[in-house]
Design a protein. Sequence first.
Length: 114
Amino acid sequence: MVYSYKIFWTKAFDFKGRSTRSEYWWAYLANIIVYILLIIFVGISSAINETLLSLFSLIYVLYSFGQFIPSISICIRRVRDMGKGWQWIFINLIPIVGAIWYIVLLCQPSLPNA
């Protein structure tokens, strides 16, 4: 998981490569864990001190903005690894059905010559 999360950040601006299924999902899990930890720290700091709350809220916001490009990048690499065009990430714009179909796409195995 740590290796996939490291790749998530080091290949943040690589939109042409490929990401395997496991690399994508481990990085996604690590990203969720970081979000949960930040939310816990914001919650705990709100009970302790206003300044601490401001600090952890700022860290949360900066992390949210900072992980936006790497998240798009790994999604594009994952879709390319399945042999689809990068435009398939826009299927998420279709309410409910698009998100479900996109998750199904992300779970597809890699193509050897994609």
